[in-house]
Design a protein around this ligand. Sequence first.
Ligand code: DGI
Ligand code: FE
Ligand code: FE
Length: 197
Amino acid sequence: MDRKQALAIVQPHLKQSRFDHTKRVVETAVDLAKFYNEDKQKTEIAAVFHDYAKYRDKDEMERWIISEYLPKDLLHYHHELWHGPVGALLIKREVGINDLSILNAIRWHTTGKAGMNKLEKIIFLADYIEPGRDFPGVDKVREQAKADLDLGCWLAAKNTIQFLMSKNQPIYPDTFHAYNDLLITVKDKWREDMNGK
Ligand code: DGI
Ligand code: FE
Ligand code: FE
């Protein structure tokens, strides 16, 4: 499946504005994939389908979480978090994509998690920094994304946590786990830098 075919499959599932966002995420993710040596085709497909389930009915997503092997604690958090894990499941079922690395990148794209691999980090970050985003602090994250993938993801997780806290919103534990895990990596690099200079 190439990018064009994938976009044609996803389009009917999205509003125009979400489809435009998706195309920008694809461009951004492919850019990062080139920069960080990730497989271009996998990156493209993961990016195209990352928000596949964004407009599924809340009750339908709830039923999938209950009936399938998905983390039940999701039900105690905002339904905005469900479209990643449910999306991964539905893309496998409805589109027939079986590549686990693609499915996992989609699954974790909203919350992140500890121990993300390169493709997971690229989709997580591209979704945050695509040129249509105007989150507070996003320009700094864009800058860092090209300096260091882990630093970019860490800043994105940090900003999201700060934003959600400022709104007194609950935060899914995997987002904290992503933040903590990336912080260790980032700190190790800072230490190396300081020793090397
Ligand atoms: O689907 P998108 O709008 O492109 O972006 P997304 O998949 O990152 O999810 C959207 C929102 O989910 C994001 O703006 C913040 C919100 N959200 C709610 N609770 C949490 C959360 N995001 C994270 N990372 N962790 C949470 O616990
Ligand atoms: Fe999303
Ligand atoms: Fe998105």
